[in-house]
Design a protein around this ligand. Structure first.
Ligand code: SF4
Ligand code: SF4
Length: 224
């Protein structure tokens, strides 16, 4: 096991912690560990206290969903969109505010994601859904677990912006745009097509790595 998701109680609610067991662990190892934990164990859904799973719930699908470069490549294949600019144009929202670029999944007028099936309220691209969708659960988590997720999202979105700067630039909304390409240097996602090619160690700060890399760490209790 290269990454482990562990139980953690937060008062009356059940949340989780993340530790890295092996130095070579990748973002895909982290995704696999989360996926295993969330399908195996009971976690508190704070936005849906009546149930202990996500089945049939679409509440997350009305929230801002930033994209990584790998999300866009995977979704381009799933949607049979031929180029990155075409994908960004059709399925995302590119907002430029001064020097800042934010690329998120497009939401329709009802506020929900473009990929949400309006009839079934399920995700049309579930196997190819973005990193933020795969990793969000409305339960508590430790600060290192949240920081790891945030670092991956930020670096992956920065790489997407770097690629966007090299293409014809789709822009859906701009306010005083003054983007400087020199602000976007290469990230650990550069040239990577899959999450199993991105080592976690390259994505996080040294301080966060010290908090995450715990080969011998044991949780104080087992999952309920
Ligand atoms: S994580 Fe999202 S889909 Fe799952 S129960 Fe919470 S709000 Fe609903
Ligand atoms: S991609 Fe799927 S899971 Fe993610 S916000 Fe859209 S409908 Fe929801």
């Amino acid at each position: 096991m290269t990454v482990e998701v562990l139980p953690k109680e937060f008062g009356e609610t059940q949340g989780y912690d993340v530790v890295v067991r092996q130095k070579g662990a990748t973002v895909q190892d982290y995704l696999d560990a989360l996926n295993h934990a969330f399908h195996t164990f009971v976690l508190t859904r704070t936005r849906r206290p009546e149930r202990a799973d996500c089945w049939g719930c679409d509440r997350c699908c009305a929230e801002r969903a930033p994209l990584t470069i790998i999300d866009c490549l995977v979704l381009s294949v799933a949607t049979e969109t031929r180029t990155l600019p075409d994908f960004l144009s059709r399925y995302t929202s590119v907002v430029v505010t001064g020097p800042v670029v934010d690329i998120t999944l497009h939401r329709l007028e009802d506020g929900f994601c473009i990929f949400l099936d309006r009839k079934d309220r399920t995700c049309c691209v579930y196997p190819a859904r973005p990193f933020v969708c795969q990793t969000f659960f409305c339960c508590p988590a430790t600060s290192r677990a949240l920081a790891l997720r945030e670092a991956i999202v930020n670096q992956g979105e920065d790489e997407l912006v770097r690629r966007w700067l090299k293409t014809r630039r789709t822009v859906h909304y701009a306010e005083n745009p003054c983007v400087n390409p020199r602000d976007w240097t290469k990230t650990p996602f550069a040239g990577r097509w899959q999450y199993n090619a991105v080592p976690l160690r390259t994505v996080v700060s040294k301080q966060l790595w010290r908090e995450l890399y715990r080969p011998g760490f044991r949780s104080s209790r087992n999952w309920r």
